[in-house]
Ligand binder design. Structure first.
Ligand code: NAD
Ligand code: DAU
Length: 353
């Protein structure tokens, strides 16, 4: 089949990547979608069983830290675009083991850029390297203000510093080698298929299993939450219509302190599980704060709204309910994860708190 575009989506077996892959496979049957993923602990092909038989879907098990393997994938599929999501993505793990973040997030990104530079000899309008990044590169806000695209970088954790480095390298390849790059920096995502080490799925799973809910510090830190399918829609918009060399901030305009969010989650869980009112809240346990914990993230997403006409479709109330329903009806997905290596991580992360 003659595909109009041949796109590598890295990290397609992960949380956000699987939603992006599904959207592109379903909406664009004339695009060849190559999911390139190393299947680390966070990668799970079960996330994609509904589209894996599609004629325009391909999977390559490749570690992006392996430059030769990345080059091979570019050749094999005659790739003209990249949407790069593969990363080590969990802040707590970056505190336990920073080196993996440097390898995947920095070296892995350079490898993809280098393979693109080597194989895209003459740049056409189809060529595009889209780097998906995080609002954490801007550092931590106080009670006021928002991150805009020109906010100076000030990353504070090994995770955010590795993502910030990768953003700079992407821009350097764009500037120096005229590689057609575009970037976005997004706030906290939530929704189905998120690995249950992150706040919302971890707490849903712990309530189901009647385990303590480990709230870092006083629970006063603030995050701006966006439903994952709205992020996938923004990625689609930026991939197709974003201006080359530009950066777009994506956010939910939906700020919650952790403790308020957790209490709302507890209320919904009580009602879904037919537990008496207040029983989930009793599981809250205040534990030692995350080292270097960023206080507040908040995105000003005026640019993408004005220039590309994007806006989120899902409000937080219905998004949270959809998310909880998904986890409750996919307990096997969760149980498959909550064993072996994850148990070891859980003990290391929470054992002495
Ligand atoms: P995730 O941890 O759920 O998935 C990461 C995926 O990358 C997994 O499928 C994993 O197997 C793959 N991967 C990891 N190392 C790899 C390697 N060396 N080679 C190939 N594949 C590898 O992550 P996520 O939460 O879906 O985040 C995806 C991207 O979006 C990341 O770049 C992250 O920085 C960014 N982001 C995430 C959020 C969020 O709230 N989750 C918000 C903004 C930006
Ligand atoms: O802002 C975008 C970022 O959001 C992404 O780049 C990251 O990949 C993603 O993991 C997320 O980072 P956070 O550190 O904000 O997400 P996390 O779900 O780990 O934590 C959310 C908040 O909840 C944070 O303030 C820490 C707190 N927390 C988290 C866990 C796991 C707890 O209080 N207890 C916990 O057990």
């Amino acid at each position: 089949m003659n595909f109009e575009r041949k796109i590598i989506i890295t990290g397609g077996a992960g949380f956000i990547g699987s939603h992006v892959v599904r959207r592109f496979v379903n909406l664009f049957p004339n695009y060849k979608i190559i999911n390139l993923d190393a299947l680390t602990y966070a990668g799970n092909l079960e996330n994609l069983t509904d589209i894996e038989a599609s004629a325009n879907y391909f999977f390559e098990k490749v570690d992006i830290t392996d430059l030769e393997a990345v080059r091979e994938a570019f050749k094999k599929h005659d790739v003209d675009s990249v949407i790069h999501l593969a990363a080590e993505s969990h802040v707590d793990r970056s505190i336990l083991n920073p080196l993996a973040f440097i390898q995947t997030n920095i070296v892995g990104t350079v490898n993809l850029l280098q393979a693109a530079k080597e194989s895209w000899i003459e740049i056409t309008p189809n060529h595009r390297f889209y780097h998906v990044s995080t609002d954490e590169v801007y550092g931590s806000l106080g009670d006021d203000g928002f991150f805009i695209e020109t906010t100076p970088y000030d990353p504070k954790s090994p995770y955010s510093a590795s993502k910030a480095s990768s953003d700079h390298i992407v821009r350097a390849y764009g500037h120096t080698f005229k590689l057609p790059v575009v970037l976005s920096n997004c706030s906290n995502n939530y929704g189905p298929n998120q690995f249950p080490e992150k706040l919302i799925p971890l707490f849903i799973s712990n309530i189901v299993n009647n385990k303590a809910l480990p709230v870092y510090g006083r629970g006063s830190n603030v995050r701006d939450w966006l439903y994952v399918e709205d992020h996938a829609k923004a990625i689609d918009e930026i991939f197709h219509n974003g201006v080359l060399q530009e950066t777009y901030n994506i956010g939910g305009e939906n700020e919650w302190s952790n403790i308020d969010l957790i209490k709302s989650l507890c209320k919904i869980m009580d009602s879904k599980l037919n537990h008496s009112v207040g029983s989930s809240e009793k599981l809250i346990s205040y534990v030692t704060d995350r080292a270097g914990h960023d206080f507040r993230y908040a995105i000003d997403c005026t640019k993408i709204k004005k220039e590309l006409g994007w806006k989120p479709d899902t409000d937080f109330e219905s998004g949270l309910e959809k998310t909880i329903d998904w986890y409750l009806s996919n307990q096997e997905w969760v149980n498959n994860i909550l064993s072996g290596a994850y148990e070891h991580y859980y003990e290391e992360q929470y054992g002495n708190r």
